[in-house]
Design a protein around this ligand. Sequence first.
Ligand SMILES: C[S@@+](CC[C@H](N)C(=O)[O-])C[C@H]1O[C@@H](n2cnc3c(N)ncnc32)[C@H](O)[C@@H]1O
Length: 196
Amino acid sequence: MDLVADRVRSVMTTLEARDAADRIDGTPQVERLRAIRPEVGQLLVTLIVATGARTIVEVGTSSGYSALYLASGARQTGGRVVTFDIDPAKVELAARTFAAAGVDDVVELRHGDGLAGLAAFAGRADLVFIDAEKGDYLGALGPAIEALRPGGLLVADNLTSHEADLAGFRDAALGDGRLVGLVVPIGRGELVAARL
Ligand SMILES: C[S@@+](CC[C@H](N)C(=O)[O-])C[C@H]1O[C@@H](n2cnc3c(N)ncnc32)[C@H](O)[C@@H]1O
Protein backbone atom coordinates (compact mmCIF):
# COMPACT_ATOMS: atom_id res chain seq x y z
CA MET A 1 0.00 0.00 0.00
CA ASP A 2 1.19 3.51 -0.76
CA LEU A 3 0.94 5.71 2.33
CA VAL A 4 1.92 8.82 0.36
CA ALA A 5 -1.24 10.81 -0.37
CA ASP A 6 -1.85 12.01 -3.94
CA ARG A 7 -1.39 15.67 -2.98
CA VAL A 8 1.96 14.85 -1.33
CA ARG A 9 3.06 12.69 -4.27
CA SER A 10 2.35 15.52 -6.66
CA VAL A 11 4.68 17.86 -4.74
CA MET A 12 7.31 15.10 -4.58
CA THR A 13 7.18 14.69 -8.35
CA THR A 14 7.84 18.40 -8.87
CA LEU A 15 10.78 18.31 -6.43
CA GLU A 16 12.22 15.17 -8.05
CA ALA A 17 12.26 16.94 -11.43
CA ARG A 18 14.02 19.99 -9.96
CA ASP A 19 16.52 17.81 -8.10
CA ALA A 20 17.34 15.84 -11.25
CA ALA A 21 17.87 19.08 -13.19
CA ASP A 22 20.05 20.51 -10.39
CA ARG A 23 22.40 17.57 -10.65
CA ILE A 24 23.25 18.21 -14.30
CA ASP A 25 22.70 21.90 -14.98
CA GLY A 26 25.54 23.39 -12.93
CA THR A 27 23.38 24.67 -10.08
CA PRO A 28 25.80 25.51 -7.22
CA GLN A 29 25.79 22.91 -4.43
CA VAL A 30 24.39 25.33 -1.86
CA GLU A 31 21.30 25.87 -4.03
CA ARG A 32 20.75 22.24 -5.01
CA LEU A 33 17.99 20.20 -3.38
CA ARG A 34 20.18 17.10 -2.87
CA ALA A 35 17.17 14.97 -1.99
CA ILE A 36 17.14 11.34 -0.91
CA ARG A 37 16.24 8.63 -3.41
CA PRO A 38 12.55 7.62 -3.41
CA GLU A 39 13.35 4.10 -2.19
CA VAL A 40 15.00 5.62 0.87
CA GLY A 41 11.80 7.54 1.51
CA GLN A 42 9.89 4.28 1.31
CA LEU A 43 12.37 2.72 3.77
CA LEU A 44 11.74 5.61 6.18
CA VAL A 45 7.97 5.20 5.92
CA THR A 46 8.31 1.45 6.53
CA LEU A 47 10.56 1.93 9.57
CA ILE A 48 8.19 4.52 11.04
CA VAL A 49 5.18 2.25 10.67
CA ALA A 50 7.05 -0.89 11.83
CA THR A 51 8.25 0.79 15.01
CA GLY A 52 5.21 3.01 15.60
CA ALA A 53 7.53 6.02 15.56
CA ARG A 54 5.76 9.20 16.68
CA THR A 55 8.56 11.58 17.59
CA ILE A 56 10.58 11.92 14.39
CA VAL A 57 13.49 14.32 13.99
CA GLU A 58 15.31 15.28 10.80
CA VAL A 59 18.61 17.16 10.50
CA GLY A 60 18.77 18.65 6.99
CA THR A 61 15.40 19.59 5.51
CA SER A 62 16.44 21.19 2.21
CA SER A 63 13.32 21.37 0.04
CA GLY A 64 11.33 19.19 2.45
CA TYR A 65 11.32 16.18 0.10
CA SER A 66 12.48 13.59 2.65
CA ALA A 67 10.28 15.19 5.30
CA LEU A 68 7.27 14.47 3.08
CA TYR A 69 8.03 10.76 3.46
CA LEU A 70 8.58 11.17 7.20
CA ALA A 71 5.25 13.01 7.40
CA SER A 72 3.49 10.25 5.45
CA GLY A 73 4.70 7.74 8.04
CA ALA A 74 3.87 10.06 10.92
CA ARG A 75 0.31 10.47 9.66
CA GLN A 76 -0.10 6.72 9.97
CA THR A 77 1.32 6.49 13.52
CA GLY A 78 -0.24 9.69 14.85
CA GLY A 79 3.22 11.19 15.15
CA ARG A 80 4.97 14.43 14.31
CA VAL A 81 8.11 15.41 12.43
CA VAL A 82 10.48 18.14 13.60
CA THR A 83 12.90 19.06 10.82
CA PHE A 84 15.87 21.44 11.04
CA ASP A 85 17.70 23.37 8.36
CA ILE A 86 20.42 25.92 8.90
CA ASP A 87 19.94 27.69 5.54
CA PRO A 88 17.16 30.31 5.55
CA ALA A 89 16.55 29.91 1.80
CA LYS A 90 15.94 26.19 2.28
CA VAL A 91 13.62 26.87 5.20
CA GLU A 92 11.55 29.20 3.00
CA LEU A 93 11.43 26.61 0.25
CA ALA A 94 10.47 23.83 2.66
CA ALA A 95 7.71 25.98 4.14
CA ARG A 96 6.22 26.28 0.65
CA THR A 97 6.63 22.52 0.15
CA PHE A 98 4.79 21.66 3.35
CA ALA A 99 1.96 24.11 2.64
CA ALA A 100 1.52 22.81 -0.91
CA ALA A 101 1.55 19.19 0.29
CA GLY A 102 -0.86 19.87 3.14
CA VAL A 103 1.39 18.43 5.87
CA ASP A 104 1.73 21.47 8.12
CA ASP A 105 -0.27 19.69 10.80
CA VAL A 106 2.35 16.94 11.19
CA VAL A 107 5.57 18.80 10.35
CA GLU A 108 7.29 21.43 12.46
CA LEU A 109 9.94 23.28 10.47
CA ARG A 110 12.73 24.87 12.48
CA HIS A 111 15.41 27.19 11.20
CA GLY A 112 18.66 26.38 13.00
CA ASP A 113 21.45 23.96 13.68
CA GLY A 114 20.00 20.49 13.93
CA LEU A 115 22.94 19.23 15.96
CA ALA A 116 22.07 21.69 18.71
CA GLY A 117 18.36 21.06 18.18
CA LEU A 118 18.73 17.35 18.92
CA ALA A 119 19.50 18.16 22.55
CA ALA A 120 15.86 19.05 23.17
CA PHE A 121 14.75 15.45 22.55
CA ALA A 122 16.89 13.75 25.26
CA GLY A 123 15.80 10.10 25.14
CA ARG A 124 12.40 10.82 23.56
CA ALA A 125 12.96 10.55 19.82
CA ASP A 126 11.68 7.43 18.08
CA LEU A 127 13.57 8.08 14.85
CA VAL A 128 16.36 10.51 13.95
CA PHE A 129 17.23 11.01 10.28
CA ILE A 130 20.55 12.71 9.51
CA ASP A 131 21.02 14.16 6.02
CA ALA A 132 23.15 17.29 6.47
CA GLU A 133 26.71 18.21 5.46
CA LYS A 134 29.01 15.21 5.58
CA GLY A 135 31.47 17.05 7.84
CA ASP A 136 28.72 17.37 10.45
CA TYR A 137 27.81 13.70 10.72
CA LEU A 138 30.41 12.71 13.29
CA GLY A 139 29.48 15.68 15.47
CA ALA A 140 25.81 14.77 15.15
CA LEU A 141 26.32 11.17 16.24
CA GLY A 142 26.49 11.72 19.99
CA PRO A 143 23.54 14.16 20.10
CA ALA A 144 21.49 11.81 17.88
CA ILE A 145 22.15 8.80 20.13
CA GLU A 146 21.30 10.86 23.21
CA ALA A 147 18.07 12.03 21.55
CA LEU A 148 16.84 8.48 20.91
CA ARG A 149 14.76 6.38 23.27
CA PRO A 150 15.84 2.74 23.75
CA GLY A 151 14.69 0.94 20.62
CA GLY A 152 14.65 4.19 18.66
CA LEU A 153 16.22 4.30 15.22
CA LEU A 154 19.04 6.34 13.77
CA VAL A 155 19.03 6.57 9.97
CA ALA A 156 21.70 8.48 8.04
CA ASP A 157 21.98 9.03 4.28
CA ASN A 158 24.98 8.94 1.91
CA LEU A 159 27.00 6.14 3.55
CA THR A 160 27.91 4.61 0.17
CA SER A 161 27.80 7.71 -2.06
CA HIS A 162 30.26 9.43 0.32
CA GLU A 163 31.89 6.28 1.66
CA ALA A 164 35.32 7.76 2.31
CA ASP A 165 34.00 11.01 3.80
CA LEU A 166 31.68 9.13 6.15
CA ALA A 167 33.93 6.20 7.08
CA GLY A 168 34.74 7.77 10.44
CA PHE A 169 31.06 8.32 11.18
CA ARG A 170 30.17 4.79 10.06
CA ASP A 171 32.86 3.18 12.18
CA ALA A 172 31.98 5.30 15.20
CA ALA A 173 28.26 4.53 14.87
CA LEU A 174 28.61 0.80 14.24
CA GLY A 175 31.26 0.52 16.97
CA ASP A 176 29.25 2.45 19.56
CA GLY A 177 28.09 0.26 22.45
CA ARG A 178 24.74 2.09 22.51
CA LEU A 179 23.80 1.11 18.94
CA VAL A 180 23.26 -2.01 16.84
CA GLY A 181 22.91 -1.59 13.09
CA LEU A 182 24.32 -1.83 9.60
CA VAL A 183 24.65 0.02 6.32
CA VAL A 184 21.80 -0.87 3.96
CA PRO A 185 22.96 -0.57 0.34
CA ILE A 186 19.92 1.15 -1.13
CA GLY A 187 19.74 4.68 -2.46
CA ARG A 188 22.98 6.42 -1.54
CA GLY A 189 23.59 4.01 1.35
CA GLU A 190 21.64 4.19 4.60
CA LEU A 191 23.03 3.64 8.05
CA VAL A 192 20.19 2.09 10.05
CA ALA A 193 20.86 1.54 13.73
CA ALA A 194 18.75 0.93 16.82
CA ARG A 195 19.46 2.48 20.23
CA LEU A 196 20.07 -0.23 22.81
C1 LIG B 1 21.44 16.83 1.53
S1 LIG B 1 20.49 18.22 1.94
C2 LIG B 1 19.07 17.51 2.73
C3 LIG B 1 18.11 16.84 1.76
C4 LIG B 1 16.79 16.46 2.38
N1 LIG B 1 16.95 15.61 3.55
C5 LIG B 1 15.94 15.73 1.37
O1 LIG B 1 16.19 14.52 1.14
O2 LIG B 1 15.05 16.35 0.80
C6 LIG B 1 21.37 18.87 3.30
C7 LIG B 1 20.71 20.03 4.02
O3 LIG B 1 21.28 20.12 5.32
C8 LIG B 1 21.30 21.47 5.70
N2 LIG B 1 22.24 21.58 6.83
C9 LIG B 1 23.59 21.59 6.78
N3 LIG B 1 24.09 21.65 8.02
C10 LIG B 1 23.04 21.67 8.88
C11 LIG B 1 22.91 21.73 10.29
N4 LIG B 1 23.96 21.78 11.08
N5 LIG B 1 21.66 21.73 10.81
C12 LIG B 1 20.57 21.71 10.01
N6 LIG B 1 20.65 21.66 8.66
C13 LIG B 1 21.86 21.64 8.10
C14 LIG B 1 21.68 22.18 4.42
O4 LIG B 1 21.31 23.55 4.48
C15 LIG B 1 20.92 21.38 3.37
O5 LIG B 1 19.68 21.98 3.08
